[in-house]
Ligand binder design. Sequence first.
Ligand SMILES: [Zn+2]
Length: 123
Amino acid sequence: MANDDAIIKVCDLINQGDLKGMAPYKDNEIVADCTDCEKPIRLSDCKIHAAAETKYFCPECGDILVVISCPHPSGKPWPGRGYRLGDLVLRNAVQLRLQRGNIELTIPVSSEALTSKHPDESE
Ligand SMILES: [Zn+2]
């Protein structure tokens, strides 16, 4: 089992964004709206597989909810791919919600999060 602290988590990416003075987020404050289960799944409850890409799986249906990866090597834009945060891309296949107290911030789904080919790549 890899050292948990060595894994780049979704919260680590979120915390690289503009938090407007708020304390850093943790994965247990981030909820993914699994489209298959039709219910919110706390990211801290997800199964995480960390390799070249870090993937979060729904603990109930096994769907990929979020992928953290490097940007595409071409450097070309990939509409709908996800959110570039620092050196990584947050690719959320489902809507994410950051929840803290009565503040909720929504991160809209990245429609191309799980697409395997860049739109500029030929068949
Ligand atoms: Zn699910």
